[in-house]
Design a protein around this ligand. Structure first.
Ligand code: SF4
Length: 355
């Protein structure tokens, strides 16, 4: 059997290690994933979309020339350890390099994971906080990592209070997979730690398939939302996981049913060894067009691309408007721009020029 065939038929973490598809050092983590997602993974399906996100594949051994260790250019915008300052009014604050599960497509896979620097030193934390404190333009701090909800309740409460004590920090946004990957971690104590006077907390949940939103996951999300914490979603468009309109529709509907506003659908980043999980931009645009015809605006995420190298995020969804120039007038020809607007069925309508 070829390595690729082995990858698609073996599931047990120890078998993957035996066949050289996973490192023995990663066995405990893989077993963790298998245990946590046992309810969501269909063991009879060799192409199960949940397993595909976490089970190593021989395809990861192939790196494309365009791929890079730091695909979205975090390092270029990191003035002090733990901080990424790419846009004027917000920073990323990377507190930890560990996660509850390790996604095979992770855009920070070279920085995140077992064996990487796990926690920030007290000195680095103080310097990062000092950087935020000294810049009044920073309105929003985005806690990311790794997964910030891997920290203890006590440590999280301290961090939230430290940030909220800075007058100009009004929003603290937490990016996490924990409500789906380890829902029992969202305890009342954790929820209390996330709420703080002086700033508004938002939680962005990372999930890529409706089946990740199990009953336990939904209960953990309800604990956050019931406590008054607004939630948004982020998903990655992944080949063989969610790259069809029906699957995306089910995912977006599930988010909204859980009181999570769909926010981002990321185009896959150029992380090393992830080409087999990426789609083309054209496929992503087709899917977004299909989604617009199937679900309301409430269920629409922004399809975005992090421009490789660090230039930031841009919306890359389909356009529905095409300017059309024509000449009008009987005595003197004048150029005017009308617009061709496509509706959700793809039919084109003309819109007049001028206000
Ligand atoms: S949860 Fe996020 S940071 Fe952690 S492995 Fe997955 S994509 Fe990477």
């Amino acid at each position: 059997m070829s390595r690729a065939n082995i990858a698609s038929t073996l599931r047990a973490p120890s078998e993957l290690v035996d066949h050289g598809l996973a490192r023995a050092a990663d066995l405990a983590d893989l077993e963790n994933v298998a245990a946590r997602y046992a309810v969501a993974i269909d063991p009879a399906d060799p192409n199960d979309p949940i397993a595909r996100q976490f089970v190593p594949s021989a395809n990861e051994l192939v790196s494309e020339a365009c791929e890079r260790a730091d695909p979205i250019g975090d390092r270029r915008h990191s003035p002090v350890a733990g901080i990424v300052h790419r846009y004027p009014d917000r920073v990323l604050f990377k507190l930890v390099h560990v996660c509850a599960v390790y996604c095979r497509f992770c855009f920070r896979r070279e920085m995140v994971g077992p064996g990487k620097d796990s926690a920030m030193s007290d000195q680095a934390y103080a310097e990062a906080l000092g950087y935020i404190r000294a810049r009044k333009e920073i309105w929003e701090v985005i806690l990311t990592g790794g997964d910030p909800l891997m920290l203890s309740e006590r440590r999280l409460a301290r961090i939230m209070q430290d940030l909220a004590a800075i007058d100009h920090v009004r929003i603290i946004r937490i990016h996490t997979r924990i409500p789906v990957a380890d829902p029992d971690r969202i305890t009342d104590g954790m929820v209390a730690a996330l709420r703080t006077d002086g700033a508004t907390t938002w939680v962005a949940l990372h999930a890529n398939h409706a089946r990740e939103l199990t009953d336990r996951a939904r209960a953990s999300i309800a604990r956050l939302v019931d406590a008054g914490i607004p939630m948004v979603s982020q998903s990655v468009l992944l080949a063989g996981v969610n790259d069809d309109a029906g699957t995306l529709e089910a995912l977006m509907r599930a988010f909204v049913e859980c009181r999570i506003k769909p926010y981002y659908l990321h185009h896959g980043d150029l992380a090393p060894g992830t080409a087999h999980l990426r789609t083309t931009l054209a496929r992503g645009q087709d899917l977004m067009r299909a989604l617009r015809g199937r679900v309301s605006g409430l269920c629409q995420p922004d399809y975005v691309l992090d421009i490789p190298g660090g230039a930031g995020k841009s919306p890359v969804g389909p356009s529905y408007i095409t300017p059309q120039q024509s000449f009008v007038g009987e005595r003197e020809l004048r150029q005017e721009t009308r617009y061709r607007i496509a509706d959700y069925c793809g039919e084109v309508h003309l819109y007049p020029p001028g206000p």
